[in-house]
Design a protein around this ligand. Sequence first.
Ligand code: S3P
Length: 429
Amino acid sequence: MTSCKLAGPGVLTGTVHPPGDKSISHRALMISALAEGESSYSRFLEAADCLHTMTALQALGVDIKNTPGTGLVTVRGVGMNGLKAPEKELYLGNSGTSMRLLLGVLAGQRFECQLTGDESLSTRPMRRVTQPLKQMGAQIKGSDQANYAPLTIRGGKLKGISFDNHLASAQVKSAILFAGMYADGKTRVVEPVTSRDHTERFLEAAGVDILREAGWVEIGRVDRLTALGGAIPGDISSAAFFIAGAAVIVGSELTVKDVCLNPTRTGLLNVLRRMGAHITTEITQEAPEPMGNIYVVGRRLKGTRIAKEEVPSLIDELPILMTAMAAAEGESLITGADELRVKETDRIHSMSQNLNAIGGCVEELPDGCLIRGVSEFRPGKVDSFGDHRTAMSMAIASRLIKGELEITGTACIGTSYPRFFKDFEDLQK
Ligand code: S3P
């Protein structure tokens, strides 16, 4: 358990190249593992979560080479039916994406395997994935009707279903689409709002026919995936800490280079602009994923509201948005965000507690929070609650404090952004 002491106040100025996108890195490994031929990627996210997906696929018989520190990864695909039963359970650490998406892949395999995780992952709800996969024909066991890891899954003959993804969860959607590649008939996922669509884009690029309309996506049986490769765009969810920080700290001037600008992921920018932020973007690549640069100039921001429909496009950015809202003028209201309570920690609680500990004014609601902006935060001590995004959000808050902020439990930052403190320091020069 590490901790750090950060001294403020100060601006966030300079250029950041955020690490490779976490969601896309997971999918690059899984889809390439099932493809035919070799796929090589650069800017692969070498953070604990994606490395858990990598070791799990290696244990399933996939040859994956990564030279640590380079971001280069090469996956030799085994084809749709080439995975092998692992010798022992697959340990997935803190990574919900690894567990949920791999369940979808494993639902199509004719062997049994057990998935385990750390303390936090073992308390996160899995029935949202295991229930539809069971309906498709997979056998899955775990406590509380296969809601919690350890989970044992035996895949087999699957049939397509039409599933109402009322949570608008991309993890659930992706798991079902992966299983749908092994199912007889069509598999359809219906969503109230389109969640991040990296899986659909990736599978399309690998040659899969996917039907997509506003509100649903459909896939049929897949015999073959083509190998892919290329540079993984930067993660807007990691860049978000600096983007929101720079937007709300007057005097900051930030450039973010080569970041994923997929519209299912850019809700953060829309909200900050509504708050009065000065943000411009420049698209440098359209496909397979939109990518580009973001420019931010700091200003005093004003409060705004975020409701349910917008949440999927900024779900991981809510902790840092709460920080920006706590330092903005006037009131902000977040509703329809109950999913935040079942992330790596209960983020409504962790962020409210932490912001209030440094002089913020945040009231928890069952599905969000009410925030009254304050003109400055005060020195103090906060905790990560074992959650990487809570820890990084509080590190950014330190730039708004005249004095010192101690953050305990910062080791968890390695799950998504091992280089965070280095990039953070570079923006303080
Ligand atoms: C992810 C989807 C989101 C997000 C998570 C990564 C993904 O979760 O919070 O960090 O890669 O599909 P949900 O799909 O459960 O909302």
